[in-house]
Design a protein around this ligand. Structure first.
Ligand code: MG
Length: 159
């Protein structure tokens, strides 16, 4: 069996705004995430994990931030591209585990909606998509509330 795992890591800083979008779910917040696209740090991280499993570089190579056509882009464009590439290469995505790292907003109340949203985009059952969260105990940039970090693992199986 050809089983691949890939990891992803991403960070976006907070800036002025009234909501954040995490794993496709809009959450009211007293700040927004800054980024060239919609700054969905969760979706970016999962996208990179899939590219990692395929040894297909990273999100910045496929969607250069210097290219104006991706300004304000919905991050699901990136995720769909990674999933499409996996299919093209003969792989099925079997599992995603995504951990958001921040003090605020609280992720728990939105985790189920995030899992559903991500499962729909990934084309897999919700039981194969994990979205969880941790704080960094007020340490470092996430602890100071300067931004949100995310790590993710994607598992792909050759079909
Ligand atoms: Mg990003």
């Amino acid at each position: 069996m050809d089983i691949r795992t890939g990891n992803g890591f991403d960070v976006h800083a907070f800036g002025p705004g009234d909501h954040v979008t995490l794993c496709g779910v809009k959450i009211p917040h007293d700040q927004a995430l800054v980024g060239h696209s919609d700054a969905d740090v969760g979706m970016h991280t999962v996208t990179d994990a899939i590219y990692g499993a395929l040894a297909e570089g990273d999100i910045g190579q496929h969607f250069p931030p210097s290219d104006p056509q991706w300004k304000g882009a919905a991050s699901e464009v990136f995720l769909r591209h990674a999933v499409g590439l996996a299919t093209q290469r003969g792989f099925t995505l079997t599992h995603v585990d995504c951990t958001l790292i921040c003090e605020h907003p609280k992720i728990g109340p939105h985790a189920r909606a995030m899992r559903s949203q991500m499962a729909a985009l990934l084309g897999i059952e919700v039981g194969r998509v994990s979205v969880k969260a941790t704080t960094s105990e007020r340490l470092g940039f996430t602890g100071r509330g300067e931004g949100i970090a995310c790590i993710a693992t994607a598992t792909l199986v050759a079909t």
